[in-house]
Design a protein around this ligand. Structure first.
Ligand code: ATP
Length: 432
């Protein structure tokens, strides 16, 4: 895999116009045996539910620019499914293809098992909520919400009742007579949601719907959206570049990069078992150690780090002699005053550089033997919070071998694949 393709995966460098999309551009690759364990290719645990939305081998380009490359997705009934990835990775294009606003160059889109390739957007059982609300400014809230049923020629008390129900669903009872400019941003977004849900679509598409809201309101609306989705049981396909939002709200997440789906899984799966270094980096804080695989025994690799220290990690296939990047999740590491003396845990000597109190947790920054920095998150909610070594004191950074996630970062030909994603420093957040 070349640097250009890897950069394209990260959504940074477009594949040049007119060039074919290589199959391997969407190959997550580099998974360890441990990372691959227990995760089916679609991130499911194996049970089969007939999908509500399916994308089969969908590709799309804009004037020679490959926005999507051979996307396969299978979204289940009643699922809160998020498309997550950096700006420009193809999330909105995917959503627009499901909604029928963009016709894919290749591939099939199915809703409830039927191809909708030839069905225009207004005839699909799908509705969309946009980031900018897209309310009719001259209509009242009730008129906005009742727009869909009115188009379906519903009038009178039935219409009024449905509008009332929809407003109650989004906690806007009593707001029916206001106009959109008499509402806050969060209230306008609720109106947009009520308007999109009133006709009970099979699928609701949401394109960064909370993007325009401030942080506090955004958090509040995240909870509201989750509640509403559970209440109506409609399949939500949600676009966001905010990994925290996706982790907290979704049943499953498709992590995208450079027009490819890199991994599909539950929030826990993509966090605990990232399919690639890109996913590990993009989801949560990632703490990286770079070294070379010296030896593999019983599925555990011994990796010698650049400062000479060795750590152990569940091994991937054909790792012998290769350069390995080890990711340690912040909440899997801890600071200790002594080495654990336990083969199941790794330990690296360090010195405490800074301790920051952050209410629910402490962030402890340490310096490693090679001068690299690390940061440890120490939860303060637990009953027995371990004492923290003071600034300047020597300590050990410890974490379970089983919780180390390794990626081979070197091709079999010996070529270094992407030095840019291998910083010399690491960052550890510790929970105790
Ligand atoms: P963001 O999070 O910034 O909205 P995204 O992941 O939703 O990004 P898309 O909007 O799907 O990404 O765009 C994917 C790629 O296709 C981007 O590089 C974008 O510049 C390009 N693109 C999108 N729409 C068009 C268009 N109409 N014409 C040309 N290129 C486009």
């Amino acid at each position: 895999m070349t640097k250009l393709m890897l950069a394209a995966q990260r959504g940074e460098t477009p594949i040049p116009a007119g060039s074919p999309v290589p199959q391997s551009a969407c190959d997550p690759g580099k998974r360890t045996a441990s990372a691959a364990r227990n995760v089916a290719s679609d991130g499911s645990s194996g049970e089969a539910a007939a999908p509500t939305v399916e994308l089969r081998n969908v590709s799309h380009g804009y004037k020679g620019f490959h926005a999507l490359s051979s996307i396969d997705l299978s979204i289940r009934p009643g699922e809160f499914f998020s498309l997550l990835g950096p700006s420009g990775c193809g999330k909105t294009t995917t959503l627009n293809i499901i909604g029928g606003f963009v016709m894919p160059d290749h591939g099939d889109v199915l809703i409830n098992g039927k191809s909708v390739n030839r069905i225009p957007s207004y005839q699909r059982p799908v509705n969309t909520v946009f980031q900018n609300y897209a309310l009719f400014p001259h209509m009242t809230v009730a008129q906005n919400v009742g727009f869909g049923p009115r188009m379906a020629r519903q009038t009178g008390p039935d219409l009024a009742r449905r509008v009332e129900e929809a407003l109650a669903l989004v906690s806007l009872t009593g707001f029916g007579d206001r106009r959109p400019d008499q509402l806050s941003g969060g209230q306008q977004q609720r109106v947009a949601l009520a308007r999109a849900l009133i006709n009970r679509p099979t699928v609701l598409l949401l394109d960064e719907p909370l993007g325009a809201l401030d942080l506090k309101l955004r958090k509040q609306m995240q909870l509201e959206l989750s509640r509403i989705q559970r209440e109506v049981g409609i399949t939500f396909v949600y676009v966001t570049h905010d990994q925290e939002e996706a982790l907290s709200m979704s049943d499953r997440i498709a992590v995208m990069s450079g027009g490819c789906v890199i991994q599909v899984g539950s929030p826990e799966e993509v966090y605990e078992n990232p399919a690639s270094l890109f996913v590990a980096d993009f989801i949560g804080s990632s703490n990286k150690l770079k070294g070379r695989c010296l030896d593999i025994a019983s599925g555990i690799a011994t990796v010698q780090l650049q400062n000479g220290a060795s750590v152990r990690v569940p091994a991937g296939s054909a790792w012998g002699g290769r350069e390995i990047t080890i990711v340690v999740r912040p909440d899997h590491a801890a600071i200790a005053t002594q080495t654990p003396g336990d083969a199941g845990r790794n330990a690296l000597a360090c010195r405490v550089a800074k301790v920051t109190y952050l209410g629910t947790h402490r962030e402890i920054e340490v310096v490693l033997g090679d001068g690299g920095a690390a940061s440890v998150r120490q939860s303060l909610g637990a009953e027995h919070v371990q004492p923290t070594p003071g600034v300047g004191e020597e300590a050990f950074l410890v974490w379970p071998v089983a919780r180390s996630i390794g990626f081979s970062t070197q091709s079999s030909g010996g070529e270094q694949e992407d030095p840019d994603i291998l910083p010399s420093s690491i960052r550890i957040d510790q929970t105790m």
